[in-house]
Design a protein around this ligand. Structure first.
Ligand code: TYD
Length: 206
């Protein structure tokens, strides 16, 4: 496996600018002619996309937290075996929009299942070489989107959930500082993009 490609995942709370950065990174890697695969979770393969529909369907309101965590893990392993591992074996750089850290933050912390349960459920998940966390608190993301006068709405239950997700990510940053790299997402998109390129270069990935 020593000649295999590298596996990079990108994480962050809602509104952190992840999509913008993924588009900029994809363009930069394309320009450099680096063979890569950009993919996302949940989804990225036919079966995993079917599971994604189930997970994100608002009609499935009665889905239990455990069922949710297991479905994310099921979609993950299917996508991994079908898409990620073959691309790595071809020596491609794989960049995945969300991965197992989303499960630690959303299911483990915000839903309250706990780190160990999520770890056990995800025993087949290959560890990423590097994870880039776009560090923007939900409060900052919300203010950026709606302006500083929208303060009260931050107190809603939805906001409390997203604060827990953010706390979950910060816990991973404490636990695994070597792999899980935080980038200050309050900077401009260009600054963040340059930082991502420099982190990946520093890790020998670019
Ligand atoms: P998506 O529309 O892809 O959101 P985003 O653009 O924020 O990435 O929806 C994915 C949702 O699934 C998102 O709210 C995060 C959540 N999620 C989990 O709760 N657990 C997981 O393991 C993963 C991969 C995603």
């Amino acid at each position: 496996m020593s000649t295999r490609g590298k596996f990079v995942t990108i994480e962050g709370c809602d509104g952190c600018g992840k999509s913008t950065q993924l588009a900029m990174l994809s363009e930069a890697l394309g320009r450099r002619g680096i063979p890569c695969l950009f993919t996302r979770e949940p989804g990225g393969s036919r079966i995993a996309e079917r599971i994604r529909e189930m997970l994100l369907d608002p009609a499935n309101a009665e889905m239990t937290d455990e069922c949710e965590a297991l479905l994310y893990a099921a979609a993950r392993v299917q996508h991994l075996r079908e898409k990620v591992i073959p691309a790595l074996e071809e020596g491609r750089l794989v960049v995945c929009d969300r991965y197992v850290d989303s499960s630690y933050a959303y299911q483990g912390e915000a839903r309250g299942l706990g780190y160990e349960a999520v770890k056990a459920i995800n025993r087949y998940a290959l560890a990423p070489d590097v994870t880039i966390f776009l560090d923007l608190s939900p409060k900052e993301a919300f203010l950026r989107k709606h302006g500083a006068d929208a303060g009260d709405r931050l107190e809603s239950a939805g906001e409390a959930f997203h604060e827990k997700v953010y706390r979950g990510y910060l816990r991973i940053a404490e636990k695994e500082p070597e792999r899980f790299l935080c980038i200050d997402a309050r900077k401009t998109p260009e600054e963040i993009h340059r930082e991502i390129l420099s982190v990946l270069t520093g890790r020998g990935i670019l």
